[in-house]
Write a protein that binds this ligand. Structure first.
Ligand code: NAI
Length: 307
């Protein structure tokens, strides 16, 4: 076992069930002291009990590991801050944060009231922002940290009935992109997971033979890698059924339209060329897009730009 977390402290939010539980058990098996956070609510986020988190702690301790349970609602900054303070005063550091807690409130956009949209945003985006904010100073001080967001194919590609969830999950990719850039000089790497697993979140969506292939254990290795010293940064790993792949956002080379063609009719006429993926590139920061556009325009105009 090469990847180890001895002397490291790992927080996994929503670790009382499903994927989070599986991540927590594997971190503990690899030597981490694990904070098992879970509000203990139902799939739609209602209700709450600390039993689920405590049961996972008992499981970790029974296997000889170290863990503490925590019932903070990740959508509540005061509760998250209290959790982080407790962890630092007990174990002195925080090396890894896995933002995993999540809920579902599926409905078509036509039928969705704004409360169901906002609650999902509050738990997924608000929760990840709260937890990342609360650990950020500690990780900066340590000059080391690993943060993993839990995104979803529903955000990256879209899914019927999940405008709220999809917005939140793609929001987490945006959060990761900028946070990774800011974290780089402090040794903080930030990545995202796009999982698919049989949990209570998906148990009624797929037939049993499919669910049997989608065990959370087939996803957790991606999270453990993204939480390790070997982790890349600003990456999205898709994981499920034992398959691991990298999700890449790319931009086509595009076309330059001169002054006398710069209107919607010419954009429409050039659309197939604009959308042509041949020669598309992956950009590593927003500023790289500006450089790409300016370079193309400058080349087409035959001018040289300063800077
Ligand atoms: P799950 O429902 O089994 O586990 C989620 C856990 O988060 C629950 O234990 C719940 O009590 C906890 N939680 C919910 N709201 C919380 C809050 N405000 N504060 C603290 N804890 C809270 O679901 P699953 O499938 O394990 O999901 C884990 C993550 O993976 C979620 O972010 C989910 O959106 C994401 N995901 C799961 C997929 C799947 O196929 N299971 C697909 C794509 C993403």
């Amino acid at each position: 076992m090469t990847i180890r977390f001895d002397d490291q402290v790992v927080i996994v939010t929503g670790a009382g069930n499903g994927l989070g539980r599986c991540h927590a058990l594997e971190f503990a098996r690899r030597g981490a002291r694990v904070v098992v956070n879970d509000l203990g609510g139902s799939r739609d986020g209602t209700g709450g009990s600390s039993d689920a988190a405590r049961a996972v702690v008992t499981e970790i301790e029974a296997a000889g590991g170290a863990a503490m349970s925590n019932g903070a609602n990740v959508a509540n900054y005061a509760e998250v801050e209290a959790m982080v303070n407790e962890v630092v005063s007990r174990w002195g550091r925080i090396d890894v944060l896995v933002n995993n807690a999540g809920i579902l409130r599926d409905k078509t956009f036509a039928k969705m009231d704004l409360e169901n949209f906002n609650v999902v945003m509050d738990v997924h985006v608000g929760g990840a922002v709260n937890c990342s904010k609360a650990v950020w100073e500690q990780m900066r001080k340590q000059q080391y940290g690993r943060i993993v967001m839990t995104s979803s194919s529903s955000g990256i590609y879209g899914n019927f009935g999940q405008t709220n969830y999809g917005t939140a999950k793609m929001g987490l990719v945006g959060f990761m992109n900028s946070l990774a850039i800011e974290g780089q000089k402090y040794g903080i790497h930030v990545n995202a997971l796009a999982p698919i697993a049989a949990t209570r979140m998906t148990e009624d969506l797929m037939p049993p033979d499919v669910l049997a292939l989608l065990q959370p254990e087939a996803v957790t290795p991606a999270v453990v890698f993204m939480a390790s010293k070997e982790a890349p940064t600003r990456q999205i790993i898709a994981a499920g059924a034992g398959v691991f792949s990298r999700v890449v956002i790319q931009e086509t080379p595009g076309v330059f339209l001169p002054d006398d063609q710069r209107d919607a009719d010419h954009v429409a006429a050039a659309w197939s060329q604009i959308a042509d993926t041949a020669g598309q590139v992956e950009l590593k920061a927003g500023g790289e897009q500006t450089v790409k556009l300016l370079s193309k325009a400058a080349a087409a105009l035959g001018i040289k730009l300063n800077g």
